[in-house]
Design a protein around this ligand. Sequence first.
Ligand SMILES: Cc1ncc(COP(=O)(O)O)c(C=O)c1O
Length: 388
Amino acid sequence: MVDFLPFARPDIGQDEIDEVVHTLQSGWLTTGPQTRRFESDFAAYIGRKHAIAVNSATAGLHLALEAIGIAEGDKVITTVYTFTASAEVIRYFNATPVFVDIDPITKNISVAALKQALAQHRGEVKAIIPVHFGGLACDMDELLQCAAEHGASVLEDAAHALPTTYHQKLVGSFGDMAVFSFYATKTLATGEGGMIVTNNDAWANRIRTMRLHGINRDVFDRYSSSKPSWFYEVVAPGYKYNLTDVASAIGIHQLKKLDMMQGQREHIATVYREQFADLPLDLPYADPNDRHSWHLFTIQLQPGGLSIDRDAFVEKLMGLGIGTSVHFIPLHRHPYWRDTYDLRDDDFPVATDVYRRTLSLPIYSAMTPEQTERVVQAVRRVCHDHSH
Ligand SMILES: Cc1ncc(COP(=O)(O)O)c(C=O)c1O
């Protein structure tokens, strides 16, 4: 039986464990002092006025669209090359997603396709949700300019993009609003969790209210201030999207080592790049002047380069004890999106082609140099065994 290397694994150290124990012993488990500390540390790290913690990025995207004012019938543009969460939040409002294709090099939203969609739906597009795929920043200058010309807000799906830079600025530190994910496999992991960042006071206030039932006073404030604790007012029909202090306790220490963990993934990416340079694989694009978060390291089989297809490649690696994944099965390949919006492969030729040839390799800070070497040797062997 070969020793199995999982595709992803969180990097949880003694600091996170001690802080969780401390929180459990404190008597306060839900949103409270630890979440406030995590939010203020996060806002300072990114360089934004507001950081609002929520229990998932999906919840964050939902609240962000609510604050922007998305309503039934509005149109919101996103790509098909993403996780379903980026688009499902649009459906929560009975608004209509407009799907566009991606750029073949970056796998991010194609600016040409975006411009076409904006022209086709002139005056109807209220927001654009670009996804920084794998941790590579989208072309934000172009995107923000297009959005401004069409009066649309930009909500960045930054689930993969911590810490990513664009023109040397951290993703989330500029633009309208961005949402990060702290799901178990992400670059900052709290199990489940997310953070919304913005400089817009009105949006931030609305999100803070809506994440906790539309109540205009948070629970910890009610129990820790001198005002009577029983009194609160519901000002809107909100949601239950707050983050617990137990999760925030993990987040506080994950944030402290975020740059260190990125450095370790960057090193693995460099090793992969060097070791795979002679293989019939397309390697992920990275801008040499900016930081890629390296949440994902995707490889694509070059057309005709090997005698096996992607599915068999994944199976062969599994046989050698290497866990992989595929990012993403594009949305137009899922029954709900395909059938509801009559989406076809031909409408998204780039996403369809990339999907057929891609797989994602393990890349995480908890990987040892020996484990990185195992992945290298396994990929080289599969390519060697199945070259023409
Ligand atoms: C691009 C993208 N957006 C959003 C999400 C949703 O994140 P969460 O699980 O925190 O809701 C994910 C999760 O994998 C994702 O990959």
